[in-house]
Ligand binder design. Structure first.
Ligand code: ATP
Ligand code: MG
Length: 582
């Protein structure tokens, strides 16, 4: 490619709305252009990288036995009514009508369509297992699109789906995809970590998110400093540390605590540490009152709570709603609570001895309360606590640390959630029918590209890993009026292309400074500078973008050295897992 012909403009200024480096650099380097909020065009240079990431994904998907297909972006509402998601997906789902007033949607994901595709062509156990994937545009009307293609409304996703006879089969498919994902992200040059995750709105249980480690990541990760445990902050659990265990249960007593509503105020007034108190929180879950109990020094993780309650809407009860439950706001407690109000407690609460809590009446609290003595009722005990840095690891008891990550991919075990609803069944050896056991596996292709830039850049611009660089090597003749130099540069450029290098020549009539600045901004891994003294000395310079290292090389050897360096760079991005034999 010739720079003079390239449909792209680099910008000196940082666009005001771009909050993070990857977004700024993608706009400044001319990789993307905004069309509307959360909707972008990939310009030719950006598209080249996107296609290279797609190609790596294709190779790994094919290598692990998945087949590529292409499903539609526009789905009929009927399929989503069958799965039940038409009514529950919420505002992220872009709904529309056709000319006959029939309901359609722009697909945010493809479980319904793939399940309906498979139910039409698979009948027998002999046809399973199978995996099918596509790389395609998705649409989600995100509440807060931001960070460019990192969180956009229209975005490119690779989505893969597995179909197995049973759970054991699903475990194998899941493991294959986990390996494929590690290969993809390693080959893209990402510093990433798979972490145990919540399975979210797609459903099912058993999931990992692939996190590119980055300060700007929207996800929190808790990981153990002693063992392999790592989980998202939405999903992480702690080893319960109940307080008071082993003490003799003392008689429960009401104490006068006027104007003392918070855990902190109460700790001071009663001289009771926060970890010996129980907080009572009142929620409305899909309009139904629920009381939640948790140790005073912990926070509720509402994602976990929502799962436990299996509800779509979870909000704090208003003061009036709390009073309607029979309690005074600020003094809530479980003792003597009406039978029709559900009580959910965090794991630690029923184990605590002699704890303090609200009395229910204004200006009173209770001390020496014990669930084990029957002082109050709990309907559901579950892990609903938010885990923070420093907590005990649930696997080994070690200490948990915190990091931020960008979720570039996620894998889920769906089990029979969709096959059951949509009737994707197969017949076994004995003529018995069963629901197929499914998994689903997504990668955000544009988000992966942005995450790579977030991890690989400096003050001057992008530093592409060779595997996904728009171009691998750029030839820069510094003086466009020197015919000999231009001819030699052209010769080298063509030679590099002939040898399989993805080469670009900056043949623009620009000053060297402009060319060098653009080269830094665009960040191609290798640069050959054909300098003014080239003719005299017979030497050129090879500059390595990542290290800034400059090698003086004889013109006759430049192509050899570039190919060698290119090979070394690819070798450093080798995938950790082998493809299974077919
Ligand atoms: P998030 O929690 O970030 O909204 P998600 O968990 O809803 O993402 P999935 O349904 O797991 O997303 O989709 C698979 C992958 O698609 C994600 O891991 C992510 O890389 C990518 N992705 C999801 N939403 C977006 C978006 N709005 N813009 C760009 N990529 C996205
Ligand atoms: Mg996800």
């Amino acid at each position: 490619m010739r720079m003079s012909r390239l449909l792209s403009t680099t910008l000196r200024e940082t666009p005001a709305e771009a909050e993070i480096v990857s977004h700024q650099l993608m706009v400044r380097a001319g990789l993307i252009q905004k069309v509307a909020l959360g909707i972008y065009t990939y310009m030719p240079v950006g598209w080249r990288t996107l296609k290279k990431i797609e190609e790596i994904i294709r190779q790994e998907m094919d290598g692990f036995g998945a087949q590529e297909l292409m499903m539609p972006i526009v789905h009929p509402a009927e399929l989503w009514l069958e799965s039940g998601r038409w009514h529950v997906y919420g505002k992220e789902l872009m709904r529309m009508k056709d000319r006959y007033d029939r309901d359609f949607l722009l697909a945010p994901t493809h479980e319904e369509v793939i399940t309906s595709t498979i139910r039409q062509c698979i009948r027998s156990y002999k046809q399973l297992p199978l995996m099918a994937y596509q790389i395609q545009t998705k649409f989600r009307d995100e509440r807060r699109p931001r960070f460019g293609v990192m969180r956009s409304r229209e975005f490119v996703m690779k989505d893969c789906y597995s179909f197995d006879r049973d759970e054991a089969g699903l475990d194998i498919s899941y493991e294959k995809m986990a390996q494929a994902y590690s290969n993809v992200f390693t080959r893209c040059g990402l510093n990433f970590r798979p972490v145990a995750a919540d399975s979210g709105a797609i459903g099912g249980s058993g999931s990992h998110e692939y996190m590119a480690l980055s300060e700007v990541g929207e996800s929190g990760i808790l990981f153990c400093t002693q063992c392999d445990y790592a989980a998202t902050d939405e999903f992480a659990s702690v080893a319960p540390v109940p307080t008071g265990v082993g003490e003799e249960m003392l008689p429960m007593e009401a104490v006068h605590t006027p104007n003392c509503k918070s855990v902190e105020e109460l700790s001071v007034l009663l001289g009771v540490p926060a970890n010996r108190t129980v907080k009572t929180l009142c929620y409305m879950a899909d309009g139904v009152p629920v009381v939640v109990l948790i140790r005073g020094d912990r926070q509720v993780n509402e994602v976990k709570l929502q799962h436990v309650l299996d509800c779509y809407e979870l909000v704090f009860a208003t003061d009036d709603e709390v009073r309607a439950m029979g309690m005074e706001p600020g003094y809530c407690g479980p003792v003597g609570l009406r039978e029709d109000i559900k009580i959910v407690a965090d794991n630690e609460v029923p184990l605590m001895v002699n704890h303090e809590c609200g009395d229910g009446r204004k200006d009173y609290h209770l001390i020496h309360v014990n669930y084990q003595r029957g002082d109050y009722r709990i309907d559901t005990v579950a892990d609903i606590a938010l885990v923070s840095k420093g907590a005990a690891c649930p696997c080994c008891g070690g200490t948990l640390d915190f990091a931020r990550g960008i979720e570039v991919g996620q894998i889920f075990k769906l089990h029979t959630k969709y096959s059951e609803k949509l009737g994707a069944r197969y017949v076994d050896e004995n003529g018995q029918e069963h629901d197929m056991v499914m998994g689903c596996y997504g990668i955000g292709v544009g988000r992966t590209m942005a995450a790579v830039i977030e991890q690989h850049h400096d003050a001057h611009g992008i530093i592409w890993p060779i595997s996904i660089a728009p171009f691998e090597v750029e030839v820069i003749p510094v003086n466009d009026r020197d015919e000999w130099l231009m001819a030699e540069s052209e010769k080298l450029y063509k030679e590099l292309q002939k040898r399989g290098c993805d080469a670009l020549i900056d043949d623009r009539r620009e000053r060297p400074g402009v060319k060098f600045n653009d080269a830094d901004l665009l960040g191609f891994p290798l640069r050959v500078i054909m300098g003014k003294k080239c003719r005299e000395t017979g030497m050129a310079e090879i500059k390595i973008r990542a290290t800034g290292e400059v090698l003086e090389v004889a013109l006759t050897e430049v192509a050899d050295r570039v190919c060698e360096l290119r090979q070394q760079m690819f070798a450093a991005l080798q995938a950790p897992y082998q493809w299974p034999e077919e």
